[in-house]
Design a protein around this ligand. Sequence first.
Ligand code: DGL
Length: 274
Amino acid sequence: MLFCSPPSPPIGIFDSGVGGLSVAKALRATNPTAPLLYVADSGHAPYGERDVSHVVNRSLRITDFLLSQQAAMVVVACNTATAAAIEAMRQHYPSLPLVGVEPGVKPAAQRSANKRVGVMATTGTLNSPRFQSLVQRFAVDCWVLPVACAGLAAAIEEGDAGHSRVQELLDTYCTLLTQAEVDTVVLGCTHYPFVAQDIAARLGPHVTLLDTANAVAEQAARLHRQLCTTADRPLGPHACAPELTLMSTGDVEVLARLAKQHLAYEQAVRRIDP
Ligand code: DGL
């Protein structure tokens, strides 16, 4: 007879591609028993260079899909989708617990000694009213340089094949940051932690890199604990399933390779088409 661990409602998590794995990794470390259902929307990426309506439509489609798979809450593990779509998502699913990801402007402004901060993110994130509001609320005493890293997420998405393109782009974007003499740089796209070492090597040891994966994971874990204590849920189809299920609307191999490397994930990635 097969015994399942006590039912724990699954956390849905999505990104335009592999970037959200950096958040999934932090979530696994913070809350290792929560089942995670991860969708990489690689077939409709990059989000950062698409219009807002595309990102809103995709975010709603994927959330519908995650709900159909019994997700009890959703983590939007993408700065661009959070900026474009989280308000629409809150209106569309008023009772669904949602956690978004935003560039860590506040911790960067607090940490910067010379009050010069760089933010690497997609064009979509940097052009959004949410980003403008973050800067106005939390970094009024800083000079903030937004660096729109066009092409970088897509090149990271290509894995080994994109390696030289990643290096070329980082040469360009990091030169801007070095010239601006920033002492703190926000990684405002969930893809960028995967190339953090390459960024650090260019900026030097006196520049601090910040991302918000751990803070987001802690917030998601808190919400998940609340769901576990308040939910009186029957065992759903995922109650006995593997703790991490990876799905992609694009190339499953890219996601599988990165998940193996960073999360020791050995199973097959499911191809889906929501
Ligand atoms: N990973 C996403 C983010 O955090 C964006 C990548 C893309 O442009 O699709 O913004």
